[in-house]
Design a protein around this ligand. Structure first.
Ligand SMILES: NC(=O)c1ccc[n+]([C@@H]2O[C@H](COP(=O)([O-])OP(=O)(O)OC[C@H]3O[C@@H](n4cnc5c(N)ncnc54)[C@H](OP(=O)(O)O)[C@@H]3O)[C@@H](O)[C@H]2O)c1
Length: 331
């Protein structure tokens, strides 16, 4: 397989973490970085041994030596960067949440389909071996018919209205940053979402501190999900069936094992091996699929991303949360 050459846009926290996992991925090279500031790009390139550092996003997008663009900006900046990459025929891996709004997601998906280029949401949890093991155990019927899931992602962060986690103009709030994980996983296990009901707690600046989300899926399975920044929680995710239940552990969004609890049997634990910091799995999938000329991932298809974004937008509307896409200056 020819080497697939990647470029990262944005030099923040997740870009640094994911960059380290490229060394675990056969056939992939992280070759370039782009920042709004040349000095930050230089620093990033030096830290990760990259050959090219650009002081504008446009320069990386125009680099013919880049096959895949990894978009690691705040959520409202995903849409414009992804659209610019698609226009240039480059494959794109877009950080979660895919966009700030459902309409923004539709624009990106429509553009990708029109142009016939690969686009995937970086929902790394779906690629974790423990989650894939849980999917197999469900498919084998070990816990009977699945009737619902319960999940929480309550991860305490000190409120700082200047941080993208809390800044309204940067898509701040628990819903897009944390809620996307249990909603996406519930959809992965239970399928199409028919109804959504949501309750939220807001900070004084109008972004959400936490949300409780109830969903009804096709076939009447039910999801009960919570996310929050202003508390602490175990990060549990349980798949409940008519003959038992599975827990994805220890924190479901980057798990290492599952426990299968079947009525009348001792619990069975399946341990799994996570590669790198856990991002190598999604990077390997994108690298393999782009090399093969695919335009979507069967594990994280664009229809699922759109459905998750529809739920998140619905929750935002129900809770009075105002989410907007940003206009990005590509430099
Ligand atoms: N998969 C995961 O585990 C995971 C974990 C954390 C975050 N994420 C996702 O990754 C994305 C980035 O999160 P992060 O925590 O890395 O954010 P961050 O630390 O704030 O970094 C975001 C980067 O985006 C660039 N950027 C472009 N426009 C910006 C603007 N108007 N304001 C601020 N920065 C801007 C900046 O890079 P330059 O200045 O260099 O251009 C900045 O360093 C989010 O969508 C988030 O949900 C995913």
């Amino acid at each position: 397989m020819d080497t697939i050459r990647w470029g990262v846009i944005g030099t923040g926290r997740i870009a640094h973490t994911v960059a380290k996992d490229f060394r675990e991925v056969a056939g992939a090279e992280l070759a370039a970085v782009a920042s709004r500031t040349k000095a930050r790009a230089d620093e990033f390139a030096a830290a990760h041994g990259l050959s090219r550092a650009y002081g504008s996003y446009r320069e990386l997008l125009d680099d013919d030596g880049i096959d895949v663009v990894y978009v690691a900006t705040p959520h409202p900046q995903h849409r414009d960067v992804a659209l610019a990459a698609i226009e240039r025929g480059k494959a794109v891996l877009v950080e979660k949440a895919f966009t700030a709004t459902y309409e923004g997601a539709e624009q990106v998906v429509d553009a990708a389909r029109d142009k016939g280029v690969f686009v995937m949401e970086a929902m790394w949890t779906r690629f974790q071996p423990a989650v894939q093991a849980a999917k197999e155990v469900v498919a084998w019927g070990r816990i009977g018919d699945v009737v619902g899931v319960q999940g929480d992602l309550i991860a305490h962060r000190e409120f700082d209205p200047t941080d993208r986690l809390f800044a309204p103009e940067l898509g701040g709030g628990a819903l897009l940053d944390l809620g996307v994980y249990p909603v996406s996983l519930a959809q992965h296990f239970l399928g199409e979402i028919k109804e959504v009901q949501c309750q939220a707690r807001l900070y004084p600046n109008g972004v959400d501190a936490g949300q409780s989300i109830m969903m009804r899926h096709t076939g009447d399975a039910l999801s009960s999900l919570t996310c929050a920044f202003d508390g602490h929680g175990p990060g549990r995710f349980i798949i409940a069936g008519t003959k038992g239940w599975i827990e994805i552990e220890p924190r479901f969004h980057h798990p290492t094992r599952i426990t299968i609890n079947r009525t009348g049997a001792l619990p069975r634990v399946i341990e799994t091996k996570v590669i790198g910091r856990g991002y190598a799995h999604e990077l390997a999938e994108v690298t393999r699929l782009v090399a093969a000329g695919a335009v979507e991932s069967p594990t994280m298809p664009l229809t699922d991303t759109l459905e998750v974004m529809r739920v998140l937008s619905d929750c935002a509307d129900q809770s009075g949360l105002v989410l907007r896409e940003a206009t990005v200056d590509l430099g």
